[in-house]
Design a protein around this ligand. Structure first.
Ligand SMILES: C[S@@+](CC[C@H](N)C(=O)[O-])C[C@H]1O[C@@H](n2cnc3c(N)ncnc32)[C@H](O)[C@@H]1O
Length: 256
């Protein structure tokens, strides 16, 4: 029997892949999509401990020691690039506490980089990032409210400081895209409208607001979910602010 030298996984990964696999040129598009992005969790260690986090911060020395080293990560990135990966997403834990992160970032030059951070150390890295030569840089951060942001993490950063750093990144790093993710809780639901204005003022390009995934930390910390009615009216208010919908005209969607 002929020895198999490579393993090719032809299972579709999404509904879109299923559709593409039925197109007249399935190979072309199917593989282009599969090969496009690589996500690397560079470490599970984090300098913040969010009470709802799915990636429970693993600061235990033994666990961190058994993670891939930055040299091993760079090797994976180089191999991924050699087979056509054009975008790398680096996340954690917290990327900026990873030993050797500077070299990992350098290995991503020339392609698109999607960087997820809690923002605590971002200020120190802005000058370095501005000197890098990425095809595109996207900085993504987490902001879970205004005053309530600090309530949902240990060692957190205030919303003022975080947004100031994100605004500074926009000013200093040419062409950078920025985004914010907000995980809903009972407190931040009332702050969403005020957050909207502050995110616009900080020149944030994209905002995602989501219900938390039900993970062990959510259960352990008894995460306070917002009431459905509060979620519905907050969503209606945001839509109304963003699209300039007049009072009452969203009643047809059942929000009010
Ligand atoms: C695990 S964090 C790691 C990156 C970085 N340290 C940060 O704070 O953005 C990545 C993203 O996952 C989101 N996240 C964490 N736990 C979640 C949960 N239980 N449900 C939904 N999103 C969650 C965070 O809001 C954050 O935007």
């Amino acid at each position: 029997m002929e020895k198999r030298t490579e393993y090719i996984d032809r299972r579709p990964i999404s509904f879109l892949d299923l559709l593409v696999s039925r197109s007249p040129m399935p190979e072309k598009f199917f593989w282009a999509r599969l090969a496009y992005q690589l996500t690397v969790i560079v470490t599970q260690a984090c300098n913040m401990q969010c009470t709802y986090c799915y990636d429970k911060s693993r600061n235990e020395k033994e666990i961190v020691k058994s993670e891939l080293s930055s040299e091993e990560i760079i090797k994976i990135i180089q191999e991924a690039r050699s087979v056509g990966v054009r975008q790398i997403k680096l996340t954690g834990g917290e990327v900026f506490v990873k030993r050797g992160i500077k070299k990992i970032l350098e290995a991503c030059q020339g392609i698109a980089l999607y960087l997820c951070t809690n923002g605590k150390l971002l200020g120190e890295w802005i000058p370095f990032l501005s000197r890098m030569n990425f095809e595109q840089l996207h900085i993504h951060t987490s902001l879970d409210g205004l005053d309530s942001h600090l309530k949902y993490s240990v060692n957190g950063i205030s919303h003022e400081k975080l947004l100031e750093k994100m605004r500074m990144a926009k000013e200093v790093i040419k062409g950078v895209h920025t985004s914010v993710n907000t995980v809903l809780n009972k407190d931040n639901i009332a702050e969403l409208s005020a957050m909207y204005s502050q995110l616009v003022a900080a020149d944030i390009d994209k905002w995602t607001v989501s219900m938390p995934y039900i993970v062990s930390e959510i259960v352990r910390n008894n995460h306070p979910f917002p009431a459905f009615d509060d979620f519905a009216s907050a969503s209606a208010e945001l839509l109304s602010v963003h699209f300039g919908v007049k009072e009452g005209s969203y009643a047809i969607y059942g929000f009010k």
